[in-house]
Design a protein around this ligand. Sequence first.
Ligand code: MG
Length: 275
Amino acid sequence: MSIEIKSPEQLRLMRRAGLVVAEGLRAMEEFADVGVTTAEIDAVGRDVLAAAGARSSFLNYGAEYGTGFPGVACISVNDELVHAIPGDRVLGDGDVVSVDFGAIVQGWHGDAARTFIVGSPRPIDVDLVDATRGALWAGIGAVRSGGRVNDISKAIEDHVSGLPRRYGTLREYTGHGIGSQMHMEPDVPNFARRRPTPKLEVGMALAIEPMLTLGLHQTSVCEDDWTVVSRDGSRGAHWEHTVAITPTGLWVMTAFDGGEAELAARDLPFGALSD
Ligand code: MG
């Protein structure tokens, strides 16, 4: 088992992919509204990829095993937690919308997700979204060269268990290594494990992606072979960034600012590589 180590030049290409992902998510969130379909949101993501000359990490994903994913974004609404196929579903008032989006630039991938609410939000859903975003940054804050994957998992688990409300944390779906492919070693679970986990080193890149529900963690896959829903019907949220370890710190590839502001707020070294 080996984890791909990227050169500085390869990380710069991943940053370019990450910025396309950031722009796609920004544009899709801005476009999304009550009355819009998820297919229309996906089309905005396609336009961003085309304008950037980037390819989709998601389109046709999994075709060698069955039904390839037909969109460029997974757009999951309410009790759809992840991997929902964009289609004719019309967004309604207060819907919780998770968008997961990936881009490839010169063979290098970026992958990120965010959750937002259209129309008038329920306060409990706002808390869910904040909890999940907080869990993501807690996980990012635990990434360091010489540390372990489990440090990230434990930081996410500790963050979630320290919140005033209980949330379900998905267990069958995890973060992952990323680089020349979207899904690579190592797995990055959102809960701590009691066994040795891989060591983190400069040149590694990880997609960290907590997925929380307002209820239990159990999920089912729908008949379309893709859409993952909560078994108890509870709503979920999903936040994700692609994060690289550089010689000088962390570089959040899929954040416009490279993660500089959030890392500074946590007293963590910002490690962007200059061109
Ligand atoms: Mg991912």
